[in-house]
Design a protein around this ligand. Structure first.
Ligand SMILES: Nc1ncnc2c1ncn2[C@@H]1O[C@H](COP(=O)(O)OP(=O)(O)OP(=O)(O)O)[C@@H](O)[C@H]1O
Length: 608
């Protein structure tokens, strides 16, 4: 088996006319040849972006896709990766080791290792692999640094970011690597270092590497084993650099002395607006000449030689539980490292809890005091609602682009992301509700009774879980942050108005009455009111209220709520609903999550 593998490898090497006979191919355990045949990519409007593009990349080789802006480099790379092809029609074949690939050819390190390494990989093997890759990619120095977001949050340097991107791709030792403009934004020294890293991966590990590149320096250009020049969506050249120089010269385009050949070829193939027709004609001629050249003939021969290579190595993926644990770890770290989520929320709840406590401090058990108690209970729901929902909506949209990419790379299913995200939010949106109640309950003067206190705590926790569900579901479903916020605002107003404080729940018109059952405002407020007002503290409420001069006066019995039971009755609340409301809110939470999940799946699939 091993010897046939080596023979195959040697065939490939001879096919690429490798002179490196001293390469120990036996140590390469994962070889991939990629072929693309007669690729034609057309937009819905009928514009042809790639036309009859064929080629091949073999192990141990770094291929650079080059050409002027708009030549089709990124389109070709995306077609090979089979992603970002929305609205485009693709014809032709892409073969990996002679087989048609589905989606899935293909980021942070430790977490990615968990996501990408095969099931059964032990934690020590995982750590070892991460350390190896960090060493190979010279990432040991910044290993404890925050990655950051370019232009938004300070983090590692651009060069380190590029190397990290490679490192994450390398973590499960993929046989084939695609890089879209790996040197863009880097200085010449860094660019050279990145391309040398690619070269080393190809040479030492037999990787098949395909990258798009913009105006490489002469030093960088010389490193590539093969170059593919695209022009107007066609191939103007595919072969080694010296062959390119020779071929272009034979076509009448001799590289002038002291000129970077890459710049010269790209310039020759560029479409200048001032002489577009002449440029297009030149590109067409060069592409036609390449198709008749010995280099093209040799490419076709190489493609037939490499057609029957071994089957592609199976795609590794970790078990569902490991994926879930790794994603949960990722999002918990995100939450902990993001002060706006963790610290700010806890401080805010502590502050608002103390504020409610002081605002409603020392309430009398009379008609004025009642208004305060009712208001304080409703305020709990508002405080648990608004900051939670908008907090989630401020941060969750940033997950979306990596989710689409990683789902596309088949690293994890959407459900694993969704469950991990929910679980990562759960502790925060439980603890901060507890902080809010603890910081306010005893100041407000609610009854000091263990059971009443615990029931208030549990009600608040369930309310916040329900709120978090809506926040997550709306974010998952809405196409943008702006739409999520636009939908949420009015929805919360409707829920709050039908929650029981502003409108009597029994007096709402039938056509709108059902809305109350869609939200935690109604269920939560009924439970909080019943929990507090069924208590003996409210068995005898004084029928007094303050007059305009600040003096307590007796009010008529018909206007007086003389006990907690009367308060509950006047709200048209049912004391028997205290616990059923908990169940209703938990049920609603699950329903909202399911709706959010379906929305997210539809959105991700539509955006692939
Ligand atoms: N989805 C699409 N729909 C319509 N036109 C597209 C689409 N994607 C690319 N194009 C067009 O196809 C042409 C090739 O684009 P592509 O991005 O592949 O070029 P490129 O060689 O990578 O250019 P650059 O170096 O500027 O990134 C461009 O004219 C571009 O406007």
């Amino acid at each position: 088996m091993e010897s046939s593998k080596n023979e195959t490898t040697k065939t490939l090497l001879s096919a690429r006319e490798a002179e490196n006979n001293d390469i120990d191919v036996g140590k390469w355990d994962n070889l991939v040849t990629l072929q693309w045949k007669n690729l034609k990519v057309t937009t819905k409007a009928g514009r042809v972006l790639l036309n009859g593009v064929s080629g091949c990349a073999v192990p141990g080789e770094v291929i650079a896709l080059m050409g002027a802006s708009g030549a089709g480099k990124t389109t070709l790379l995306n077609t090979l990766l089979q992603r970002n092809l929305k609205g485009l029609e693709v014809e032709g074949e892409i073969l990996v080791n002679g087989q048609n690939i589905g989606k899935g050819v293909t980021k942070h390190l430790d977490i990615q290792a968990k996501l990408r390494l095969p099931p059964g990989t032990s934690s020590s093997e995982r750590t070892k692999r991460v350390e190896e890759v960090m060493k190979e990619m010279l990432l040991e120095k910044p290993k404890n640094s925050r990655i950051g977001i370019p232009g938004i949050k300070k983090g590692i340097s651009g060069g380190e970011m590029k190397r990290l991107a490679f490192a994450t791709e390398m973590i499960n030792n993929p046989p084939i690597i695609f890089c879209d403009e790996p040197t863009t934004g880097l200085d010449s020294h860094m660019s050279l270092q990145v391309v040398k890293t690619l070269e080393a991966m190809a040479m030492e590990k037999g990787k098949t590497i395909i990258c798009t590149i913009h105006q490489p320096s002469s030093e960088v250009f010389e490193i590539f084993d093969k170059v593919v020049f695209l022009a107007q969506g066609r191939i103007a050249f595919h072969g080694a650099i010296d062959e390119a120089i020779h071929h272009f010269s034979a076509c009448g385009y001799q590289v002038p002395d002291h000129t970077n050949p890459a710049d010269y070829f790209i310039d020759t193939l560029a479409i200048r607006p001032s002489e577009a027709e002449t440029c297009k004609k030149r590109c067409q001629e060069l592409c036609d000449k390449f198709e008749k050249s010995i280099y093209h003939e040799r490419l076709l021969k190489l493609m037939t030689q490499t057609e029957d290579v071994r089957a592609m190595t199976p795609h590794h993926s970790a078990s569902y539980f490991v994926l879930l644990a790794a994603l949960f770890h990722r999002y918990m770290l995100d939450n902990i490292r993001n002060p706006a989520i963790m610290k700010a929320k806890l401080i805010q709840k502590l502050f608002m809890g103390l504020f409610i406590g002081l605002l409603f401090y020392g309430l009398d058990v009379d008609q004025d005091g009642l208004a305060g108690y009712k208001g304080a209970l409703f305020y709990y729901i508002s405080e648990l609602t608004y900051s939670t929902i908008f907090g989630i909506q401020a941060f969750m949209p940033a997950d979306y682009p990596p989710l689409v990419r990683e789902y596309d790379d088949r690293i994890y299913p959407i459900s694993a992301y969704y469950i991990a995200k929910i679980l990562s939010f759960l502790p925060i949106f439980t603890v901060d509700g507890i902080v809010l109640v603890l910081a306010s309950y005893f100041f407000v003067g609610f009854p000091i009774n263990f059971v009443t206190f615990i029931r208030q705590l549990i009600t608040c926790m369930i309310i916040e879980w329900n709120v978090a569900a809506l926040g997550i579901a709306v974010c998952a479903t809405a196409p943008s942050y702006a739409i999520a916020v636009t939908v949420t605002g009015p929805l919360l107003t409707v829920f709050s108005l039908t929650g029981g404080l502003f409108t009597n729940v029994a007096e709402m018109h039938a056509w709108i009455s059902w809305v109350q059952y869609l939200s935690w405002f109604r269920y939560g407020y009924e439970s909080l009111v019943v929990n507090q007002f069924e208590h003996e503290k409210f068995s005898n409420i004084t029928c007094q209220a303050m007059d305009p001069h600040g003096i307590k006066q007796s009010i008529p019995a018909s206007l007086c709520e003389e006990s907690g039971q009367t308060v509950v009755k006047n709200f048209s609340f049912d004391p028997g609903n205290l616990y059923t409301n908990w169940i209703a809110m938990i049920y609603l939470t699950f329903v909202i999550y399911i709706v959010g999940y379906v929305g997210l799946v539809r959105r991700v699939i539509a955006n692939r």
